[in-house]
Design a protein around this ligand. Structure first.
Ligand SMILES: Cc1ncc(COP(=O)(O)O)c(C=O)c1O
Length: 441
């Protein structure tokens, strides 16, 4: 089985295909000596792709049974499919089949403002733009704020699709460590001073971070806002999981701590709370920035998928979202607890994990002898054993954390998770034996 190798080879092939030439211009390497190289843009060198996303195709191609802890997808049974079908029957008409307003369907914008009024992110229509998922929100933010060579702070580990988006606009990344209270904000002034530059953007996932599951503490939220103002740096506040807190107390959002702050660019999505296939999300920005956001989106996709927006709007208008979220929170807590129990039962003190208070993910770090295992290699063995996860290096802008991995607890039932963890233990045993025998040889 060489699944991850294939994915990594894909990225490598891209890197080899693109070579920065003397003048700084990216050119395709000519595989056939007589052919003229393609005149790629310089930015093509920053198009590094996503191992996380590539694992979807890799897993789809497998024919044996696999317990899937890899993708951050809601459980099938957590998607209100029957209601979506019923709603689609009612709302889809000719208006769904034509171009919509770039800023979003008026019915969705209105429903969203009403819904958010009772959350920690109350907002107004002049701040919202509906996007094609959270990824487009990240792309818009980077497109608007990042010049080639700009310094962008990212968490380490992080959601590498986000850091890859910054790279695609030529950012230089400054990785900042996290602990159980999220981004170590007090380390930022030192890290930044060492670069001798001022950051332009700070990319953070404050709640139930992807991949670690950790949450930025209240004190650090205040400090982060202060630093952003000191540096005049934009905070990309990427929060797909904030509405999925299942234990502990809610913390005020960055927006609530600094209402109307023009340096906050908030990226949200329905992918984790409804369904990722809908591709509907939103950004919440300073009203003065909205036209620029719309202009940038017009150069990307004109408008977000109209039928999907109509379905989401009607789901909210029927009053279904709060009940739906309540049942997700209960179920995801049950699943997180069950996964941790299985991990304790089968792996005990061979590992440590984070203890997320919401969201989808926990972060597992191998301990002792097992820490000598490479989780990239473990991925291949685990896939053959019938379990999939995301290896740590795929969640680090610089490929660190080879002794760690991300598990999604949200998409599998406790029974399947138990089976998956038994398979994971088998894979770890096999890999440890391979590492040891390799040393003996
Ligand atoms: C932190 C974070 N931001 C953004 C996204 C992208 O969301 P979407 O699928 O809506 O594009 C994800 C999805 O995994 C995520 O975890």
């Amino acid at each position: 089985m060489q699944g991850l190798d294939l994915i990594l080879m894909g990225s490598l092939a891209n890197a080899q295909f693109i070579k920065t030439q003397k003048g700084g211009q990216a050119m395709a390497v000519d595989h056939v000596a007589t052919r003229t190289p393609l005149p790629l843009a310089d930015r093509a060198a920053g198009l590094v792709g996503s191992i996380i996303d590539s694992s979807t195709s890799l897993l789809a191609a497998q024919t044996h049974d696999i317990v899937r802890f890899a993708m951050g997808s809601p459980a099938d049974e957590a998607v209100p499919l029957a209601e979506f079908r019923d709603i689609a029957e009612q709302v889809i008409n000719h208006s769904s089949m034509t171009y919509g307003a770039t800023e979003g369907e008026p019915v969705l914008l209105k429903a969203l403002v009403e819904y958010l009024a009772n959350t920690s992110n109350p907002t107004s229509e002049d701040r919202l733009t509906i996007t094609s998922g959270g990824m487009q929100g990240l792309d818009l933010a980077c497109k608007i704020f990042i010049n080639p060579g700009d310094l962008v702070i990212v968490e380490s580990p992080t959601y590498t699709n986000g850091s890859a988006t910054a790279l695609s606009y030529g950012a230089e990344l400054l990785e900042a460590p996290i602990d159980e209270n999220g981004l170590i904000v007090e380390a930022l002034p030192y890290l930044v001073a060492a670069t001798g530059r001022t950051p332009k953007v700070i990319y953070t996932i404050p709640n139930f971070q992807n991949p670690s599951g950790t949450t930025l503490s209240l004190e650090r939220r205040h400090q982060l806002l202060e630093l952003a103002h000191e540096w005049n740096a934009v905070i990309i506040d990427d929060d797909p999981y904030g509405l999925l807190r299942f234990q502990g107390d809610d913390l005020p959002s960055l927006q609530a701590l600094s209402p109307g702050d023009p340096l906050l660019f908030s990226v949200r999505t329905f992918s984790k709370i409804l369904a990722p296939g809908l591709r509907v999300g939103w950004v919440d920005t300073d009203p003065g920035l909205r036209q620029l956001v719309i202009n940038a989106k017009q150069a990307m996709d004109t408008c977000t998928n109209v039928p999907a927006q109509q379905i989401v709007a009607e789901f909210i208008l029927r009053g279904g979202l709060e009940n739906h979220l309540a049942s997700l929170r209960t179920e995801y807590k049950r699943r997180k607890d069950a996964m941790q129990k299985s991990l304790r039962r089968h792996l005990g003190d061979r590992i440590t994990t984070t203890d997320p208070e919401g969201g989808f993910f926990l972060w597992l770090t191998l301990q002792g002898e097992d820490a000598r295992i490479s989780t990239r290699k473990l991925f291949e063995t685990a896939l053959a054993e019938g379990v999939a996860f995301i290896p740590g290096p795929a969640l680090s802008a610089s490929g660190q954390f080879d002794d760690a991995l991300r598990l999604c607890f949200a998409s599998t039932t406790p029974e399947r998770a138990e089976e998956g963890i038994i398979r994971l233990r088998r894979a770890i045993d096999l890999e440890l034996a391979a590492v040891t025998s390799g040393e003996d040889a």
